[in-house]
Design a protein around this ligand. Structure first.
Ligand SMILES: *Cc1c(COP(=O)(O)O)cnc(C)c1O
Length: 343
C-alpha cells in the first residue's frame, strides 16, 4: 500500500476536526454547564458520545477486533460517502467498482464529482481480476467491492479478493452487508494483514435493524482516525446507540431469526425452480435470491397488483429478465410462491 498520507486528500490530512464540548473535557464531573444543553429531559438532553465507545466495546467483543478499528455511522451509506470524501479529490481522482453491484457507491461518487469506473463481473458473477486491476491506475484511490454481492447474491471468490488486496496500492473496500447469511468467513480476520482494507458491515440486514441506521466500517486505526476526523461530530444519535447496544447484548434473538431466514432460503431455493414462470435461480450467500423469469416486467406488475413487492432488476447490467426476491417470513414466502404459481 502507498503511504496513507499519499492516499488521503491533502486538505483532509491537514485539517483540524471540530472540537466539541464533550471532546474538551474528559473525566468525572457532576455539573455539566459546558455544552449549552438543557438541564431537563434526561437522558436525551445530553449530546451523545461522539465516538460511541460503549457501543464499540460491545461490537469489538462480538467481532473480535480492536475498538480503535471501528467506525460507526448513520448506516453504511455514511462510511461509503466519507471514504470517497477522505481519499478522492473531486474531478481528479477515480474509483473502480464492479457491475452489477450496490448502487450507492456510484451515487456517492457522483455527489462528490469523482469518476466512477465499473468493471463487469464474469459469467459466474465473479471478479474479473485482470480487468479490475488494469483499470486501477495511479488516479484510482479506492476500489469498492461487495461480497456477498448485491443484487447477484454470491460471494466473490476469496482468492480473487486476496489478489486485489495484495496488488492494488490504494484502498480496497469490501462491503459485507450480507456476510452473516454466508458460510464464508468475514474479511475482518484479515485486517491486520492488509493495511489498505476497509470492511463494511451493517445492522440493517441480519440484525434486522434497518430503521435505526447503524453502519460499521472496520479498518486500521489510522484509517479510522481519518474517517472520525471528517464525520459530523454526533453522527450516531443516542436512541440508535442505546438500541444497538441492547440488540448486541441479546444477540440470541438475531441468531434465531437468522436460522429462520436461512431455512426459508433453502425452501425457496427448492420451490422456485419448479414454477413455470421461473427460468433459473442464481446461487446465493445472502438473504435474497436473484431469479430469472419468463417476463420480469409483467410478473413484477402482477405481483404488485397482489400486494407483493419484489425488486425488478431487469434493466440492471447482466440481470436481464431478473427479479431480486428477499427471503421473508414463512407465510410471506408462501404468498409469493402461491402468486407465482399462477403466472
Ligand atoms: C443493504 C445494503 C447495505 C446497508 O446499507 P445501510 O445504509 O447500512 O442500511 C450496504 N451495502 C449493501 C451492498 C447493501 O445491499
Amino acid at each position: 500500500m502507498k503511504d496513507l498520507k499519499d492516499l488521503v486528500r491533502p486538505n483532509v490530512w491537514n485539517m483540524k476536526p471540530y472540537s466539541s464540548a464533550r471532546d474538551e473535557f474528559q473525566g468525572n464531573a457532576s455539573v455539566f454547564l459546558d455544552a449549552n444543553e438543557n438541564p431537563f429531559n434526561r437522558p436525551y438532553n445530553r449530546y451523545p458520545d461522539p465516538l460511541q465507545w460503549e457501543l464499540k466495546k460491545k461490537i469489538a467483543e462480538i467481532k473480535g477486533v480492536k475498538r480503535e478499528s471501528i467506525f460507526l455511522g448513520n448506516g453504511s451509506d455514511e462510511p461509503i460517502d466519507l471514504i470517497i470524501r477522505a481519499f478522492c479529490e473531486p474531478s481528479i481522482d477515480s474509483i473502480v467498482s464492479i457491475a452489477p453491484s450496490y448502487g450507492m457507491y456510484e451515487v456517492a461518487a457522483n455527489v462528490n464529482n469523482v469518476e466512477f469506473r465499473k468493471i463487469k463481473l464474469d459469467e459466474k458473477f465473479d471478479l474479473d481480476t485482470d480487468s479490475l486491476l488494469e483499470a486501477a491506475n495511479d488516479w484510482v484511490k479506492v476500489i469498492f467491492l461487495c461480497s456477498p454481492n448485491n443484487p447477484t447474491g454470491n460471494n466473490l471468490s476469496r482468492d480473487r479478493l486476496y489478489k486485489v488486496l495484495n496488488t492494488f496500492q490504494g484502498i480496497v473496500v469490501i462491503d459485507e452487508a450480507y456476510v452473516d447469511f454466508s458460510i464464508e468467513p468475514s474479511f475482518l480476520g484479515e485486517l491486520d494483514k492488509f493495511p489498505n482494507l476497509i470492511v463494511l458491515q451493517t445492522m440493517s440486514k441480519a440484525w434486522g435493524a434497518a430503521g435505526i441506521r447503524l453502519g460499521m466500517a472496520f479498518a486500521s486505526p489510522e484509517i479510522i482516525a481519518i474517517l472520525n476526523k471528517i464525520k459530523y461530530p454526533y453522527n450516531v444519535n443516542l436512541l440508535t446507540q442505546e438500541r444497538a447496544l441492547y440488540m448486541l447484548e441479546n444477540k440470541e434473538q438475531m441468531e434465531k431469526q437468522l436460522r429462520s431466514i436461512l431455512s426459508e432460503r433453502i425452501r425457496l431455493q427448492a420451490a422456485l425452480p419448479e414454477l413455470n414462470c421461473v427460468r433459473k435461480i442464481y446461487p446465493t450467500d445472502a438473504n435474497f435470491i436473484l431469479v430469472e423469469v419468463t417476463n420480469a416486467d409483467t410478473i413484477y406488475k402482477n405481483l404488485v397488483r397482489q400486494g407483493i413487492i419484489v425488486r425488478n432488476r431487469t434493466n440492471v447490467t447482466m440481470c436481464n429478465g431478473c427479479l431480486r426476491i428477499t427471503v421473508g417470513k414463512s407465510d410471506e414466502n408462501d404468498a409469493l410462491l402461491e402468486a407465482l404459481k399462477k403466472m
